[in-house]
Design a protein around this ligand. Structure first.
Ligand SMILES: Cc1cc2nc3c(=O)[nH]c(=O)nc-3n(C[C@H](O)[C@H](O)[C@H](O)COP(=O)(O)O)c2cc1C
Length: 314
């Protein structure tokens, strides 16, 4: 079974991907956080910076598109193919954010199945590229997925990535494993499971659910434990030196990408909000060491607190 990195808007950009790939690896395919077509310009400078091949060397990356505008999708994917050579794209039908859903996009697309069908019909009849879908089970009730899957089954979706929760559940609670299992059996596409895999044990625990699943996609489990993919593939758990080099390289790359230290500090704290509690648990250290990093007001203070934590784990 292959292992995919989940798209994590604001975190798993090219800087994070580069560091994960360099230090830990184990990932067969990376999915970039979503971008959307614009009326005024096809792609922003920030998006070019994230998706250009020079910033994504050595691994397989799939851009993710969030839209219900078929022309916009075709134009944007055409541009990305022509300029950067991408031949596979992922459609986001999972984003639960209020502003996205209210416009009928992301998970909101699952609320109007006629429109969803029309959109897929248009893009699959015109697009020459491989198109995968990342979906939730519905808006309110997991049983909604039966009808949604009937629509997906009409199209040559390269991979159907299922996050077995409805929009209302956001990222909380136990995923609907039973619905995933049934959908997996009924799907005409290759399936990918996504949700709550945080360790080798948590993967083994749902082995029965994953029968004939093509790949597993992991998001937050990787943010907590960056060597999780390597471990699943039989490699070693990260040691403190590796983790320290990994996290410092991300900080240094962000320093080059952003003007000023405050946005860098925010980015680093977001990563530490996942990695800190994991390290506290793994090494049985005082949780105040991790909390101090999150409270740091300047990068110099961040560095002192981060070094203090790594001294405690070594
Ligand atoms: C901070 C954050 C950002 C996310 N950004 C995206 C995104 O850009 N596109 C997407 O399809 N899913 C996004 N997701 C959802 C994840 O890809 C994934 O489906 C979710 O975290 C469940 O998987 P996990 O339990 O392995 O984390 C995001 C989730 C989080 C927590």
């Amino acid at each position: 079974m292959e292992l995919y990195q989940a798209p994590l808007e604001g975190i798993s950009g090219y800087i994070y991907r580069k560091a994960i790939h360099k230090y830990f690896g184990g990932i067969d395919k990376y999915f970039a956080p979503f971008i959307s077509p614009y009326e005024k310009r096809i792609i922003t400078d920030r998006e070019r910076n994230q998706l250009c091949p020079e910033h994504n060397e050595g691994y397989l990356l799939v851009p993710q598109i969030l839209t219900m505008d078929a022309n916009g999708f075709l134009e944007l994917t055409g541009w990305l193919n022509e300029h950067y050579g991408y031949e596979e794209f992922n459609l986001n039908f999972g984003c639960p954010s209020g502003t996205v859903v209210s416009k009928g996009r992301g998970a909101g697309a699952l609320g109007n199945l006629m429109k969803l069908d029309e959109f897929l019909d248009r893009i699959f009849s015109v697009s020459p590229y491989r198109i995968s879908i990342k979906t939730r089970l519905g808006l309110h009730n997991p049983e909604e997925f039966d009808e949604i899957l009937d629509i997906y089954n009409k199209y040559p979706i390269s991979e159907l990535i299922i996050h077995p929760r409805v929009r209302a559940e956001l990222y909380k609670g136990v995923p609907h494993y039973d619905i995933y299992k049934a959908a997996n059996e009924k799907s005409n596409s290759l399936t990918v499971y996504n949700g709550n895999i945080t360790s080798l044990d948590s993967l083994h625990n749902i082995e029965g659910v994953l029968d004939s699943t093509n790949a597993v996609m992991i998001g937050r489990g990787m943010l907590s434990n960056p060597s999780l993919f390597r471990e699943i593939k039989g490699g070693a758990s990260a040691n403190a030196d590796e983790l320290c080099s990994f996290i410092d390289e991300i900080r240094d790359d962000y320093m080059r990408d952003f003007s000023g230290e405050i946005p860098v500090l925010h980015k680093m704290k977001e990563i530490w909000s996942y990695m800190g509690p994991y390290l506290v648990d793994k090494y049985n250290i005082d949780e105040r060491l991790s909390k101090k990093i999150i409270k740091a007001k300047h990068l110099s203070e961040y560095n002192i607190c981060k070094n203090e934590l790594f001294r405690a784990v070594k």
